[in-house]
Design a protein around this ligand. Structure first.
Ligand code: GNR
Ligand code: NI
Length: 174
């Protein structure tokens, strides 16, 4: 397993639409998922899409870390097959938009269909933080970031802040 670098805005690769895993889920896909999970835990974060480490495949890992136990989840080729009309606001963040937190409104519940770590098909109802996180991650697969749900002004401010922080960090390191 290895910790990989996480892409940060405005990296154009984050705008790519990721492609489905064709054929069975292989050991190579599982090795990628292991690296993704390790990278996510180290960050730390509660979810990670493959494109965030530069791999444009429709693969997501997640651990909502709700109690102290580890509960890793893996999603290959996930699809949201149903959402309820009720929406809920939540203050979101993203490892690719570090230190920015803004409220995003999303459907409060959804049903997700995917292949698990072993390649078995699963259908699952998501609510609360799980619903928020899976929708945030599914957005990454389409090249969409949570800041794309904000006004243009707020989005530009967020990107400017991340750029500035990066500059300051580089200057301090020098
Ligand atoms: O770690 C993360 N926390 C988070 C908080 C609120 C809503 C979504 C998330 S996902 C984020 C990790 C990440 O960037 N996944 O793509
Ligand atoms: Ni994210």
């Amino acid at each position: 397993m290895a910790i990989r670098d996480i892409l940060i805005v405005p990296d154009p690769r984050l705008k790519q639409v990721s492609r489905p895993v064709e054929g069975p889920v292989t050991d190579e896909h599982r090795a990628l998922m292991d690296d993704m999970l390790e990278t996510m835990y180290e960050a730390p974060g509660i979810g990670l899409a493959a494109i965030q480490i530069g791999v444009p495949l429709r693969i997501i890992v997640m651990d909502l870390q709700e109690n102290d136990e580890k509960n890793p989840r893996y999603f290959v080729n996930p699809e949201i097959i149903d959402t309820i009309e009720d929406t809920q606001p939540y203050e979101e963040g993203c490892l690719s938009v570090p230190d920015i937190f803004e409220e995003v409104e999303r459907p409060a519940e959804c049903t997700v269909r995917y292949l698990d770590y072993q390649g078995e098909p699963v259908e699952e109802r998501a609510e609360d933080l799980f619903a928020i996180c899976i929708q945030h991650e599914m957005d990454h697969l389409e090249g969409t970031l949570f800041i794309d749900h904000l006004s243009r002004l707020k989005r530009q401010r967020a990107i400017d802040k991340v750029r500035k922080a990066k500059r300051l960090k580089a200057a301090n390191a020098a």
